[in-house]
Design a protein around this ligand. Structure first.
Ligand code: HEM
Length: 132
């Protein structure tokens, strides 16, 4: 299942529903909660939604508002270790389920999310499975 097929099925509504479910979970999360801007969760939700609309639906609103995503640079202020990576992917799994994303699509999107999340790790680990 490719990006166009996924977008055709879930549409902008599916992406919006996932992002809304995700940001509903963020504030109470013990790892992620403290990293996100408490006074701008609506803005953060909009940035993730626009990014996913760009990545999956080729809608250029994100680029117009934010420029090139440069995700590693934009995540540099946050300490992203294995636990933060795994938590992000876990709450996105829950959010996709809550948004009613079909399991086959969720499994495909999960691969993308997990790859990006791993690429965003930016602290040396001393207790993880892969020491760097
Ligand atoms: C690995 C764990 C991750 C952590 C701890 C994390 C944390 C954060 C935080 C704290 C922000 C700032 C919120 C804001 O004001 O916009 C942010 C922004 C963002 N994150 Fe993540 N993130 C993670 C993974 C991901 C993944 C996997 C993606 C995409 C698939 C992603 C996409 C974005 C985008 C698009 C923004 C907004 C960038 C901008 O335009 O400023 N993040 N993230």
């Amino acid at each position: 299942m490719n990006e166009q097929e996924i977008f055709k099925e879930i549409g902008p509504e599916g992406i919006a529903a996932m992002c809304s479910a995700f940001y509903k979970r963020v504030p109470d999360d013990d790892i992620l909660g403290p990293m996100y801007p408490k006074d701008d969760l609506t803005g953060a939700e909009e940035r993730l939604r626009d990014f996913l609309l760009f990545r999956l639906g080729a809608d250029t609103t994100y680029i117009e508002k934010r420029g090139h995503p440069r995700l590693r640079m934009r995540h540099a202020p946050f300490q992203i270790n294995f636990r933060a990576r795994d938590r992000w992917v876990k709450i996105m799994d829950e959010s996709m389920a809550e948004a009613g994303i079909r399991p086959e699509i969720a499994a495909t999107l999960r691969i993308f999310f997990a790859q990006v999340a791993d690429f965003l790790r930016n602290v040396p680990e001393t207790d993880g499975p892969f020491k760097i």
